[in-house]
Design a protein around this ligand. Sequence first.
Ligand code: OAD
Ligand code: ZN
Length: 312
Amino acid sequence: RPKLPQYNTIDDAVKLLRESKNVIVLTGAGISTSLGIPDFRSKDTGLYSRLEHLGLSDPQEVFDIHIFREDPSIFFSIAKEILPTEKKYSPTHGFIRLLQDKGKLLTNYTQNIDNIEANAGVLPEKMVQCHGSFATATCMKCKFKVSGDAIFSDIKDGTIPECTACQKSIAEDALKPQGLKRKRSANGQQKSRKDSDDSSDDEDYDIPTPGVMKPDITFFGEDLPDEFGRRLVHHDRELADLVIVIGTSLKVAPVAEVPGILPRNVPQIYISRTPVSHTGFDIDLLGDCDVVVSELCRRAGWDLQHHMIPAD
Ligand code: OAD
Ligand code: ZN
């Protein structure tokens, strides 16, 4: 993407902010690190650098749907580290809220699953949670859905949450005279002919197990919520007049492709500690994002202060 030559400095960014009417804000884990929530790829502090003890060939495997199906205990051994708990939010979340208050926020596409945008008062209709969230969880077997907090205590304990709907139907089946019992004896008979006195009979029985509840966060190998592509391509692409990317390494597709999908004449600002080389932004504002957005607001004459007070 060729750079737009007229935009270079922080004051150009301020001018763009003041003049824009439909801003896309694309965010990643970097906007929550000031709240003590780790990002993923920062050296030493990122979640992935702290997962060596799991013995995975690639730490991203903790969010791999195929690995999860095989062994959900890997994910649930670390899930508590990324579980949202507190009701606070960073100045950067406050900045997104401020854009909303000024009627300038087209959409906040967030890759974050911490739901902290909501703490800052960003409206659900102004936000796409590209990688889902902990707000709900779904049974891997029967697709039964529960509110996320129903499994929070399991997550905090590091145990694998099981589906209550599956448990219930298993219990009901077992009570039916024709149910579980018949299956068992049929299996048992078949097997006992081959190897008569094998004590590992249990394995022959088709004992049903309840499904595992998976938080509705998007794992590698899963599709993003439909709304992501629908809204971006069929709505926002036409309307956006400014793009601000904050606190993301842009390493994960398809979100990483968003800047490239937007029309070339729409200016793009990048705010993060670490520069990205694989896509060209018009203005790079490198540093702590809370500091950068505070300075942008100061220069724009916008009051970010009162938005830093946690909601309720
Ligand atoms: P990354 O950890 O890849 O990138 C975070 C970026 O934010 C890095 O460039 C940091 O330098 C920067 N950063 C950290 N703290 C900052 C601060 N206070 N101020 C400014 N910049 C800061 O996180 P994401 O790009 O969000 O997906 O990762 C994308 C996806 O990869 C995640 O949604 C997650 C992960 O695998 C799933 O779990 C499915
Ligand atoms: Zn189930």
